[in-house]
Write a protein that binds this ligand. Structure first.
Ligand code: ATP
Ligand code: ATP
Ligand code: MG
Ligand code: MG
Lengths: 228, 228
């Protein structure tokens, strides 16, 4: 479902050059459940943004379901993203002046097959699954850090996407809430979804089936999990 | 150094009432090293913001070094904060259009005893201690999540405050970088500083000397750490 070949991403700021990705070749097959790990600054968010069609590589190829992503227009990529991908951002990126329920409904606005009533029902169900049904009317700045993170998770799953990309989805959650979120992801994986999530916590990586370790812009270890 | 009596914090949004704190009495003595833990939404950031004089309680008392905080004007509280407290925010709150080095220098601008040259040296040293010296000129949006978090940590320690309040300072850091940050806090505690930090990770709480557990707006357990 995901195939990258020699992806590089380089940032140049004056005379500082940062090689965020140094030639990353990664294959993720349908229905896999992958944890992406590695030190701070090792390229995890960078590759997630490229996989989610939110950013473009400096060089190399990215094929999503066989489609060569760089051959697509910005509009085609936006459609691809909306139809196929649910994304949880490391900084959540909720719309600040919009209540939780509307933030969660957002991905469904592009879907001509869902009417307003069903949109509302699905958004409420997604909020219920992350334990925030009673806060549906709250603004992001009225929610705790972990509550905002859970709204972002609800938003990523509500459109029933085939691919979920989650960047540190439990970074601000206590152990029990993290485990509840990982159970949601495990259920979705059992239903056939492909999931790649970034985590720096080995306990969370244990819930997945494969761990890919980054170091300084490259993949240095790629191993199956013994007992997910 | 910190004494709260029956602090409450209540938010009312239409007909939803959220009791973020339900009568919290907490004492933190000089040179203590406390971890504040608890589920998402249990009141940890709320009490940290009140302790940091960034927010006021709905009722109850807060004495900082014997000073009754609610008897102070906003300006007096701002001075108190700048002189005594270093604060790491859960969402970092860096100035977006300001390079890392200037973000770190910010708390020292209020200090008449430090000139521009010393300010720059201390900011560079703080960035070096969190492994980000070479990124001093970068803007926050050019830094990874964990790098932004480390800039926020550097900013909190640079003014050599007597009290450090850190809200999830390792939430976006890998294990090794988290341990480096906890070693910085341990060194500062050994030099006499008082430190209270929020964490949801038991491994991180192990570095401290006392764990205070919140649940639903109240302290439900308060225990010393066996072997910090
Ligand atoms: N400005 C606000 N308006 C309304 N409710 C608020 C506001 N700020 C916080 N709350 C609510 O108060 C409760 C406690 O919030 P707080 O941020 O202290 O939790 P927390 O323990 O830090 O959680 P987390 O671990 O998720 O960061 C939550 O239910 C939250 O939604
Ligand atoms: N817009 C940008 N401009 C310049 N450098 C950038 C930019 N975005 C990312 N970088 C740099 O690229 C490198 C990789 O960043 P990335 O965000 O992928 O790291 P990460 O593995 O997600 O880290 P973390 O665990 O801290 O979130 C870092 O050194 C970062 O500073
Ligand atoms: Mg990242
Ligand atoms: Mg919080």
């Amino acid at each position: 479902v995901i195939e990258t070949r020699d992806l590089t991403k380089t940032y140049t700021m004056g005379d500082i050059v940062v090689k965020a990705l140094r030639g990353t070749s990664l294959k993720i097959y349908e229905n896999e459940f992958v944890a992406i790990m590695g030190p701070s600054g090792s390229g995890k968010s960078t590759i997630m943004n490229i996989l989610g069609c939110l950013d473009v590589a400096t060089s190399g190829d990215y094929f999503l379901d066989g489609i060569d992503v760089k051959k697509n227009t910005a509009n085609q990529l936006a459609d691809l993203r909306n139809q196929k991908i649910g994304f949880v951002f490391q900084a959540y990126n909720l719309l600040p002046r919009t209540p939780a329920i509307e933030n969660v409904e957002l991905p469904m606005l592009y879907n001509p097959n869902i009417n307003a009533k069903e949109r509302r029902e699905r958004a409420l169900e997604a909020l219920r699954s992350v334990g925030l049904l009673e806060r549906a009317a709250s603004m992001p700045n009225q929610l705790s850090g972990g509550q905002q993170q859970r709204v972002a998770i609800a938003r990523a799953i509500v459109n029933d996407p085939v691919l979920i990309l989650a960047d540190e989805p439990t970074g601000n959650l206590d152990t029990r809430t993290s485990f509840e979120v990982m159970e949601i992801f495990q259920k979705m994986n059992a239903l056939g979804k492909t999931i790649a999530l970034v985590t720096h916590e080995p306990d969370i990586a244990e819930f997945t089936k494969r761990n890919v370790h980054f170091r300084d812009g490259s993949i240095f270890k790629d191993e199956m999990v013994a007992n997910p």
